[in-house]
Write a new protein. Structure first.
Length: 308
């Protein structure tokens, strides 16, 4: 599914090619996709028509399109969403749920699995409040991650996917960052040191930057805004490489399900920690990971819809 590098790739394309354009019509809008914010389909269509696009932002895995008269169109691509710029005379792909016409150019959203969602926000603060630090922001530091996770018993992998801790990380880039950091995905977060967290933060930034440089990772559905597949899948160390040799030591890459998500790791380079998982000083119960997105859109997150 699209993670930060894929969404950022799309954002950059749209920023260079769409900014300043005016919406002439919204010829197609599937109201069932309108799941974010408090606006229904007809109101969303009304709000967009005639507006000029003046900002193209991203927050975590959300795209934010800002308009001259105020407000934001928010788009989350879910598992299989494609957001592409196309000529108006091009045939609509199956499962197209949104077409925004900008004169001689359409912005189209298609999504066969329908886990994507769109909506309107008058102010983006409600989104910002629910999401954790942006991993490419300088405020995302080892000290931040250590402070957020020092009392958490849950596996580090699960917490890295919690959008309220780090916004934009998903299964692929979390596995890659843990591999580079030589941390087993099941390691209890509270057993990781400040140094471990510093190393992890540096590697999270590294894998995300590399992913953006290669215009994202395509395993099945993802394409950039110009309809091209990403190229980062050729540069992955562990994700999607079960049974293949670890690029560092040659041991076969292993998989294990950690809180419902298949995790890829090297059992040699990322041994399970010998440090005690439990501390006597704290009793934290029910430390399962809640997703910030659940609160924003009434529980329609990727949770429970995982296929890998
Ligand atoms: Zn290895």
């Amino acid at each position: 599914m699209p993670e930060l590098p894929e969404v950022e790739t799309i954002r950059r394309h749209l920023e260079t090619r769409m900014l300043g354009r005016r919406v002439t019509d919204v010829p197609h809008l599937d109201a069932r996709m309108v799941k974010l914010g408090e606006t229904d389909g007809p109101t969303l269509k009304h709000r967009l028509t005639g507006q000029s696009l003046i900002a193209m932002d991203r927050r975590g895995k959300y795209l934010l399109l800002g308009w001259q008269e105020g407000g934001w169109l928010v788009i989350h691509l879910g598992m299989s969403g494609r957001l592409t710029m196309q000529a108006p005379d091009e045939v609509l792909r199956p499962h197209t749920h949104l077409v925004v016409a900008f004169g001689d150019m359409d912005l189209r959203l298609s999504d066969p699995r329908r886990f994507g969602r769109i909506g309107w926000l008058d102010h983006r603060a409600s989104l910002d409040r629910r999401l954790g630090q942006e991993p490419l922001d300088r405020r995302f530091t080892g000290a931040y991650l250590y402070g957020r996770l020092v009392a958490r018993r849950a596996p580090i992998k699960a917490l890295l996917l919690d959008q309220a801790v780090v916004a934009g990380l998903g299964n692929i880039y979390a596995d890659e960052a843990l591999f580079l950091s030589q941390i087993h995905p099941r390691t209890a977060a509270e057993t990781l040191s400040r140094d471990d967290m510093g190393r992890l933060v540096r590697n999270i930034r590294r894998v995300l930057r590399n992913g953006i440089q290669h215009r994202g990772t395509t395993f099945s559905d993802y394409v950039d805004a110009l309809g091209r597949q990403g190229e980062h899948q050729a540069h992955l160390n562990v994700y999607g490489r079960a049974g293949k040799p670890c690029p560092r030591c040659g041991a076969p890459v292993a998989t294990e399900v950690v809180q419902g998500r298949t995790s890829h790791f090297c059992p040699q380079c990322q041994p399970e920690s010998s440090r005690p998982v439990e501390r006597q000083t704290r009793e934290i119960r029910g430390d399962t990971v809640k997703h910030a997105e659940d609160q924003l859109d009434g529980g329609q997150s990727e949770r429970g819809q995982r296929s890998r």
